[in-house]
Structures are given as structure tokens and as C-alpha cells.
Write a protein that binds this ligand. Sequence first.
Ligand code: BG6
Length: 297
Amino acid sequence: MNQGTSLVGKDLGLGNALKFVEHESGLVQGVVSTPRVQGSFFLLGGHVAEFQPAGQEPVLFLSERAVFEEGKAIRGGIPVCLPWFGPKKNEAGEVDANAPSHGLVRTELWQVGSATLEDDVVSVSLEYQLEGLQLKNLVRFGTELSMSLSLLNESEQPAEIELALHTYFKVGDVASVKIQGLEQIGFLDQLSGQTWPATGEAIEFSEETDRIYHGDASRVVLVDPEKARRIKVDSQGSRSTVVWNPWIEKSKRMADFGDHEYPEMCCIETANIRPNQVRLGPGEGTEVSLKISVAPI
Ligand code: BG6
């Protein structure tokens, strides 16, 4: 299938359900509109930006200061982070200051491999070749949003890969939400470097929060009393979960994030990182998938 600007204005046979438009930034944007859902994605990063099931408010946070530019990451939606998470480190643990945060693929242009419409659900395969690693992000926009990120090592060498589907959720007020499903898992506090045992309690936010949980978190629920909704995050193939909110000071340090925006969002990231990074021998593949659904409280 064609890629880049050549997709703009092309009728892919999906009618109004999927249109490729030129975003005001000049990037190509896929816009989804069916009786079930409104949504959008960018070829930049193979990135889902918006998801709004019919009758609901937007589910994903997208910063008003997000930058849409090749070579930069979009602040919000669902960035795909890979083949490393956070700063790139060498085997001795030293940070490579020249390497981009969260890997190489969220800032590159992906291709559309296929797009189909069935039962008012738009499915799009977003694809990228990272040297010997073939990536496919199969996204389905319906009443639920589902994503399956598959990796295939086509090289002759083994590959070690960290990956994360770095979902930014829109919330009424982060100080009143609860995250359920991680109560029985200990975590690494990325801010202090300390590891903590399981708390037995739902996560609440009252300060900058940046935690990595390693363990089975196949159902995480974001309970949002202000918006009177629960967002369910069901995943498969993920053994790490990251929970993040930048709070006040870090918000000020991020150029592509409004100072006042931190109460409106939190990230729950479906990942395989650090000790749970993926090891793929030649010819081996793996898949991580995610399903996001909304229910009233
Ligand atoms: C989170 C990390 O996943 O992403 C945080 O745990 C980081 O440490 C945040 O600050 C945002 O990263 P970036 O590279 O998009 O600014």
C-alpha cells in the first residue's frame, strides 16, 4: 500500500470510515469515523493519537503542546517505545546522552500495510522495518481500541529488545483516580531508584510518580470518579507495567507539555522492559497486545 503523503485523499474503499488527511503540521494522519468510534493515528511512530467510542469522552490524552514533526515524539496517545525504554544504557549501565529517549521508532515514519472495515471496526496495520527487526502494529478502532504489536527478528543475530506501549489516558483529575490491578506486585520507584514490596492497595497520585511493576498485570483498571468511568486495560504478552505522572516540576521541564496539564492525564504503559526485556533468536518473534475499553463506574 502507498505510504507518506501519497495516501492523502486516496479512497481506500473504506468510505468515511478511514480517511488519510494532511494534518496541520504537514504529517499524514489517518482519521477514523464510524457509528462506533472516532479516532486517529499518525504514520509518525505508528502512533494512535485519539480514541473516542460513541457516547464517551475522549479516552486518550493528547497534549495541547504536542509537537508533530518527523524526528520528534508525539506527547500523548500511544507512543510505541522500542528497542530501549527510557535513556539508552550500555552494558555497564552508562547512559548514551546522544541516543533518543524511548528508542528509535516513535520518531520515524511507519507505513500502512493494510486497512479494512468490518462491522464498523476499522483495522489498520502500521508497519516499520528497524534494520533486521520487522514491526507490525495492528490497531483496531471499534467500541474498544485494540493493538497488537508483533516483532520478528529477521536478522542472523539474536536481539534484546525493550518495548512499551506508552498509553496516555485522559482523566478528570489525577488526584482522584485509582489504578487497580497492580496491588500484589512490588515496584521500582524510578525517581529514588528504590524497590518496594507490593502495597496491597490501589495506586493513587499525590506527587510525581514514575514506577515500574514487573509481574502479571493482564487487567489494570483506571477508576476515574470525576468522569464517572472505568477504563479497562487488558493485555497479553506483557510482563512489565509502568505508571507515570510528571506532576508539577517535571511538567514545567517538558517543552511539549503544558504546565497545567498534569492533572488531566496519567500513563499506564504495557511493556516488557529491564529484566523482562524480550530476547529473540534469529527467526523468532513475539507479540504484545492491549485492549482498552470503557465502562461506567
Ligand atoms: C515514562 C518514564 O515512561 O516516560 C518517565 O517512566 C519519562 O521516566 C516519561 O519521563 C516520558 O518520557 P519522554 O521521553 O516521552 O519524555
